[in-house]
Design a protein around this ligand. Structure first.
Ligand SMILES: *Cc1c(COP(=O)(O)O)cnc(C)c1O
Length: 351
């Protein structure tokens, strides 16, 4: 009964092992302040829970528009950017044309294409994790994909691809999605192009800046394009509580987020230096809120050793091109210290 497309699929992978220190999902480690929790309680108590929420989540869109310097009409919201990735894979081009993305990268691009029966056109990143332009162009000319996804910066490698490579591939007639889930940590964006071109959109999310539990993803593009995409959005996809809490967070309580993001960026630089100074470890520079590194001992051993010491990170050694690589999210200073200490101890036990 279940289609072959689905039965051959492996489910989205995430770390669910319980751990005292969780640095595995690129969340913000700092939770809402007490003052905000009180406000949320008051605001939520006033909501008409028996009614459907605003289907357009207009007030939240206004708050987001103001934050990002765009108009509400340039925005479509999703239940996480994951939902928006699905919508784009449904809406862009005919299904007999495939979906292009460089690998290793975020798994949802491949999963959404596969579920819909669209061809997955993958090109391996070069040794330095940048786009292999020559190979990518050859593939695009051969396969004529309808759309391309780029995580910018890329997850799990942490780097931003060369902008011009993305533009050159786009000029072959490929609709281009820049997934800027880590925008706040990189400061780099294709926003101007998304606002001025028919063939480019930007995805953002609130998940990596402290609101992963709310599930709010953001698509930004030209008004006419957003209007078309909005036709396939499931109605009421942003719950009332999420609309209210996210709006509070992006307005009155925004300074809290800004501070937290700054601290993560500072900590990222510190953890990078500490990792790089450890015997045998190769850390890759990151413009996101995580760092990928290569372990001198089998990644599985290192991962288990850390879990035993109460620290959970993500093992990526199953991905082609990432042999013995693991990814650690940047947490609070004391969490990062605990990770570094545990890492030091596990390495010592095995050498
Ligand atoms: C975390 C992540 C997402 C998922 O975002 P949600 O809004 O939580 O669905 C999307 N893209 C990339 C590259 C990510 O790392």
């Amino acid at each position: 009964m279940i289609s072959k497309r689905i039965s051959s699929l492996s489910p989205y992978k995430t770390e669910t092992t319980p751990a005292k220190i969780k640095l595995s999902s690129n969340e913000l480690s700092i939770d809402f302040p007490e003052e905000l929790r009180k406000r949320i309680g008051e605001e939520l108590a006033r909501l008409p829970f028996n009614r459907y929420p605003d289907p357009e989540a207009y007030r939240l869109k206004e708050a987001i528009a103001q934050r990002f310097g765009v108009k509400p009409e340039n925005i479509m919201l999703g239940n996480g950017s994951d939902e928006l990735i699905y919508y784009l894979s449904i809406a862009i081009g005919e299904f007999d044309r495939g979906v292009f993305y460089p690998v290793p990268t975020f798994s949802m691009y491949g999963i959404s294409a596969h579920v819909l029966g669209r061809k997955r056109i993958e090109v391996r990143l070069k040794e330095d994790f940048d786009i292999d332009l020559e190979k990518s162009l050859r593939k695009t000319r051969e396969e004529k994909p309808a759309l391309a996804y780029y995580a910018y910066p890329n997850n799990p490698t942490g780097n931003c691809f060369k902008e011009d490579s993305i533009r050159v591939i786009r000029s072959e007639g490929v609709f281009t999605v820049l997934d800027e889930a880590y925008y706040h940590y990189s400061g780099k964006t294709f926003l101007e192009e998304a606002l001025s071109r028919e063939d480019t959109v930007v995805l953002r999310t609130l998940s990596k800046i402290g609101m992963a539990g709310l599930r709010v993803g953001i698509l930004i593009g030209k008004e006419e394009l957003v209007k078309e995409l909005n036709k396939i959005r499931l109605p009421f996809n942003i719950t009332y509580p999420s609309q209210v809490i996210a709006r509070l967070m992006l307005t009155e309580f925004y300074p809290f987020i800004e501070e937290a993001v700054k601290e993560v960026i500072r900590e990222r630089e510190r953890v990078f230096i500490e990792l790089s100074s450890m015997e045998g470890i190769k850390a890759y520079p990151s413009e996101a809120n995580f760092i990928l590194f290569k372990s001198p001992i089998p990644a599985e051993l290192l991962h288990e050793g850390l879990v035993r010491k109460g620290v959970l990170i993500r093992n990526f050694s199953y991905m082609e091109g990432l042999e013995n690589c693991l990814r650690v999210s940047i947490g609070k200073p004391e969490e990062n210290d605990a990770f570094l200490q545990a890492l030091y101890e596990v390495l010592k036990e095995h050498t």
